[in-house]
Design a binder for this molecule. Structure first.
Ligand code: GLA
Length: 409
C-alpha cells in the first residue's frame, strides 16, 4: 500500500512538472528551434513578392509545413530606402505592393514571416541598416506583421560593449511594440554571444561565419566554413541552449548542390547526399534552427526525404531543448548525444574519415543506461536488433552521421 501511494505521488508530481513545462513553453518565444526557409544562399538579391508567394505555396504543397516548417524569411537586399520620416520601405520593383501584402499572404497560408536588418548604418550588402531607427523599424515591422527578425552586425564597431548596447536597444524597441517577434542576432560568434544573448533577450545567436555549401574547407574564416568547421565550433556551447535560447550554426545547405551564390564561394561546390544527411542529423542533434535555403519549389526526392525526416525533426524540436554534446572523439570518429524530454537519448555516430568505413562504439554506461529497451535508427526508420551487450557498435560510412534513439525505460 505504501509503495502504491509513493508511486501515485511520483506520478502526480511528474504530471504537474510536465504541465508546468508546457504552460511555460506556451509563453516562450521560439520554445523550440525555429524551422523555415531563408532567402540568402540561393536567391540573394533575386527576391520578390512573387517569389515569396511561390515559396509559401511550395512550403504547404510539398508537405514542408506539415513537417513543421513555419517561417519564410527574407534576408538582405529587400530594402528600398527610407522616406522623409525615416520610415523604411522595400524595393518597389521587387515588392510593388509593399511588405504587408507579402506578410499577409504568408500568414494566409498558416505560415510566419521574417525579415533581415543590420544594427549599423548599412546592411552587409549595403542596404539601409537600423542604427538610429530602432524604434521606427521595430514599429514598421510590427505593422507589416513580421514574426522573425534577423539582425546582422556588418559595418558596426568590433568591441563587445557596442554590440551588447546596440542589440539591447533594438530588442527593447522590438519588445515595446507588443508583437512577439523572434530576434536572431548575427555577429558570427565573434564576441561570444552565447554569454550575453539571453540578457539582451535574443532568441538565437549565430555562432559561426557563414556556412558554405561544402563538407570541410580545412580553413575557418569569413570566406571558408564547411559543415565540419561549423560543427567544431559548437563544442562546449551546449550549456547555453534551452527553450527560447539557441545557438545558431547557420543555414541548411541541403539541396543546394553547389548552385548557391556566396554559399558556393571559394570552391564550395556542394555536398554528397550522405553529407547533406549528416548536416540534417547533426543540426537536429544540435537543436539548431532548421532554415532551408534550397529551391523548395523544385526539390529532388533526396532533398525532400532529408528535409522531412520526421523522426529527426522530432529530435530537433524536443521540448526539453537540450543541445547535443560531443561525448567521444577519436581522430575522425565522433559521438554526439542529446537527451530528450522522456529520458531517451538521440545519439549521432559521425565518421569524418574521407575514405573508409569505420566502426564506432558507444558504451551505454556513459549515458547512465543500464539496459536499452529500444534502439531505433532514425534514418532507416526501424528498430535495431537488441544485442546482449553493454556496447552498441555501428558501422558508419565515410562522412555519414548515423542517428539512433535509445530508450531505456
Ligand atoms: C552576412 C550574414 C549572412 C547574410 C548576409 C547578407 O554575411 O552572415 O547570413 O545574412 O550577411 O548580406
Amino acid at each position: 500500500m505504501k509503495n502504491r501511494i509513493i508511486l501515485f505521488l511520483i506520478f502526480v508530481i511528474g504530471l504537474f512538472a510536465n504541465n508546468c513545462l508546457q504552460a511555460q513553453q506556451k509563453d516562450i518565444l521560439a520554445a523550440t528551434p525555429p524551422m523555415g526557409w531563408i532567402s540568402w544562399n540561393l536567391f540573394e538579391g533575386n527576391i520578390s513578392e512573387s517569389i515569396v508567394m511561390e515559396l509559401a505555396d511550395a512550403m504547404v504543397e510539398n508537405g514542408l509545413k506539415d513537417a513543421g516548417y513555419q517561417y519564410i524569411i527574407l534576408d538582405d537586399l529587400w530594402h528600398g530606402g527610407r522616406d522623409e520620416n525615416g520610415k523604411v520601405y522595400p524595393d518597389k520593383t521587387k515588392f510593388p505592393n509593399g511588405m504587408k501584402v507579402v506578410a499577409d499572404y504568408v500568414h494566409s497560408k498558416g505560415l510566419k514571416f521574417g525579415i533581415y536588418t543590420d544594427i549599423a548604418e548599412y546592411t552587409c550588402a549595403g542596404m539601409v541598416g537600423s542604427l538610429g531607427f530602432e524604434e521606427s523599424d521595430a514599429q514598421t515591422y510590427a505593422e507589416w506583421g513580421v514574426d522573425y527578425i534577423k539582425c546582422d552586425y556588418c559595418h558596426a564597431p568590433e568591441d563587445l560593449w557596442t554590440a551588447i548596447d546596440r542589440y539591447n536597444k533594438f530588442i527593447k524597441a522590438v519588445r515595446a511594440t507588443g508583437r512577439p517577434m523572434v530576434f536572431a542576432l548575427c555577429e558570427w560568434g565573434q564576441r561570444a554571444p552565447w554569454l550575453w544573448g539571453e540578457k539582451v533577450d535574443a532568441q538565437l545567436w549565430r555562432t559561426t561565419w557563414d556556412l558554405r555549401d561544402t563538407w570541410e574547407h580545412g580553413k575557418y574564416n569569413g570566406g571558408h566554413n564547411g559543415i565540419m568547421e561549423s560543427l567544431d565550433r559548437q563544442v562546449g556551447l551546449e550549456k547555453y541552449a534551452k527553450p527560447g535560447r539557441w545557438n545558431d550554426p547557420d543555414m541548411l545547405v541541403i539541396g543546394l548542390n553547389g548552385t548557391g551564390a556566396s554559399s558556393s564561394a571559394n570552391g564550395a561546390n556542394g555536398c554528397s547526399v550522405i553529407e547533406y544527411e549528416a548536416q540534417f542529423g547533426l543540426w537536429a542533434l544540435l537543436s539548431a534552427p532548421l532554415l532551408m535555403t534550397c529551391d523548395i519549389r523544385d526539390m529532388d526526392s533526396d532533398t525532400k526525404r532529408i528535409l522531412t525526416n520526421h523522426e529527426l525533426i522530432a529530435v530537433n524540436q524536443d521540448k526539453l531543448g537540450q543541445q547535443a554534446k560531443r561525448i567521444f572523439k577519436d581522430d575522425s570518429k565522433e559521438i554526439w548525444a542529446k537527451q530528450l524530454h522522456d529520458g531517451s537519448w538521440a545519439i549521432g555516430f559521425l565518421n569524418r574519415n574521407n575514405n573508409s568505413v569505420c566502426k564506432i562504439s558507444l558504451n551505454f554506461a556513459e549515458l547512465g543506461i543500464e539496459q536499452p529497451k529500444e534502439i531505433r535508427d532514425l534514418w532507416l526508420h526501424k528498430n535495431l536488433e537488441l544485442q546482449n551487450s553493454d556496447v552498441l557498435t555501428l558501422k558508419v560510412k565515410s562522412h555519414e552521421c548515423r542517428v539512433v534513439k535509445i530508450t531505456s525505460q
